[in-house]
Design a protein around this ligand. Structure first.
Ligand SMILES: [Mg+2]
Length: 347
C-alpha cells in the first residue's frame, strides 16, 4: 500500500459571533487532512484552540511531520503504532494530531465498509441528545435566540456564562423564562473564582439549570473540588480534564468529565478518556469546538459511550463545506448514516 496525504486550510465564518468568557470568535480556523490509499479517502480536520496553544499556523507547521508518520507506517489499520509514533514526534499539538488520526480512522472504516461506531460495536440508540450552545449576548437576544432554537427542535441549550455574575444571572433568567420547557446547562469556561462560582451555583439551581461546566480556571482543581462540594448543582470538568491521563486527578473534584477529540488527539484517545472517566465513577459528556463536520463526525461515533453530548459545532457555522452524521430533532442519528468510516464527505 502507498498512503498519500494532503492538507488544506479553511476559514469557516460562524453564523453568529460567538462570545465566551475569555474570547470572541467569528471564524473557525480549520485544517482539513485527506489520506488516500489510491482507492478510498479518509477525511479529518483540526479545530485548533488558542487556549491549548494551537492555531491554524501551528497546525500547518507541524502537520508535515505528523503526516510523514502516517505515510511511513502506511497502514490505516495500525492505529496503535501511528498514535505511539505521533506521540514520539511531538508532544501536545492534539488538534493537529486529531486531524491525522481522524482521517486515518475514516479511511480504515471506509476500507472495511462499516461506519466507525459499528466497527467499535457501539449502540446507535445510546447517542445522547445534543445541546445547542449559545454565546454570551444581552438577555433579550439570548431569550429570542433560545426560543428560536427550541422551536427548531433543540431540547437542550448550553449557555455560555462566566462573565459578570449579575449579568450572567439576568441572561440565564431571561432564557429560562423564554423556554420553560427546555433543559438548560451552562459553561463558565473558567470565568469565576470559587466564591462567585458557589454563589452562582445557588441561583442556577433555583433556575433549574442541570449542571455547571468549568466554573473556575482549568488548573484550579482544589477550587473545582470546592465548587463541587459546596455548590448546589453538578459540576463538569472541561479545561480541567484534557485527556484520560487527567481523569484520576479530577475524580472527586467534579461530577462530569467533558471529552473532545481536539483536546486528546484522536478518536481512540477520546474513547479512553470517556471509559476512564466512567471507570472512576464519573459521568461523561462528549463535546466539541466550533468546528466542521470534518472533525466533528468522529466524536459523534464515540458519543454512545457518553451520558451527555454537546456536538453542535457544525451547526454554529454559517456554512459547513462537509457533511457528517445527520441530525434529527437535535440528536445525531448514527443508525441512518449510509456511509462507512466517519461518514464525512464534501458537500
Ligand atoms: Mg466547555
Amino acid at each position: 500500500m502507498t498512503l498519500e496525504t494532503e492538507f488544506e486550510r479553511y476559514e469557516l465564518p460562524l453564523a453568529e459571533t460567538f462570545r465566551i468568557s475569555r474570547e470572541t470568535t467569528q471564524i473557525a480556523e480549520t485544517v482539513v487532512v485527506r489520506v488516500s490509499d489510491g482507492e478510498n479517502e479518509g477525511i479529518g480536520a483540526a479545530a485548533p484552540s488558542r487556549y491549548y496553544g494551537e492555531t491554524a499556523e501551528t497546525v500547518v507547521e507541524i502537520l508535515p511531520d505528523l503526516l510523514a508518520v502516517v505515510e511511513d507506517v502506511d497502514d490505516p489499520h495500525a492505529a496503535q503504532r501511528v498514535e505511539r509514533r505521533l506521540e514520539n514526534t511531538v508532544k501536545g499539538n492534539t488538534a493537529a494530531k486529531s486531524a491525522a488520526t481522524t482521517a486515518l480512522a475514516d479511511l480504515a472504516g471506509t476500507r472495511l465498509g462499516v461506519p466507525l461506531y459499528r466497527q467499535w460495536g457501539l449502540d446507535p440508540d445510546a447517542v445522547p441528545v445534543t445541546s445547542y450552545s449559545m454565546g454570551v449576548e444581552v438577555p433579550e437576544t439570548m431569550a429570542e435566540r433560545a426560543r428560536d432554537r427550541v422551536d427548531s427542535g433543540f431540547k437542550i441549550l448550553k449557555l455560555k456564562i462566566g462573565t459578570d455574575s449579575e449579568a450572567d444571572r439576568e441572561r440565564v433568567a431571561a432564557v429560562r423564562e423564554a423556554v420553560p420547557e427546555a433543559t438548560i446547562r451552562v459553561d463558565a469556561n473558567g470565568g469565576y473564582d470559587v466564591e462567585t462560582a458557589v454563589e452562582v451555583s445557588g441561583w442556577l439551581a433555583d433556575l433549574g439549570v442541570e449542571f455547571l461546566e468549568q466554573p473556575v480556571p482549568g488548573g484550579n482543581l482544589e477550587g473545582l473540588r470546592e465548587v463541587h462540594e459546596r455548590g448546589a448543582i453538578p459540576v463538569a470538568a472541561d479545561e480541567s480534564c484534557v485527556d484520560a491521563g487527567d481523569v484520576p486527578g479530577v475524580a472527586g473534584t467534579c461530577d462530569i468529565v467533558v471529552g473532545k477529540i481536539a483536546k486528546c488527539g484522536s478518536p481512540w484517545a477520546l474513547r479512553r478518556q470517556l471509559e476512564t472517566a466512567t471507570a472512576h465513577g464519573l459521568e461523561t459528556m462528549v463535546g466539541c469546538m466550533v468546528e466542521s463536520n470534518a472533525s466533528l463526525a468522529a466524536a459523534v461515533h464515540c458519543s454512545p459511550l457518553a451520558d451527555y453530548a454537546d456536538l453542535d459545532g457544525s451547526l454554529l457555522l454559517a456554512e459547513d463545506p462537509f457533511v457528517g452524521v445527520p441530525f434529527v430533532d437535535g440528536r445525531p442519528n448514527l443508525a441512518d448514516l449510509d456511509r462507512p468510516g466517519t461518514g464525512v464527505r464534501e458537500q
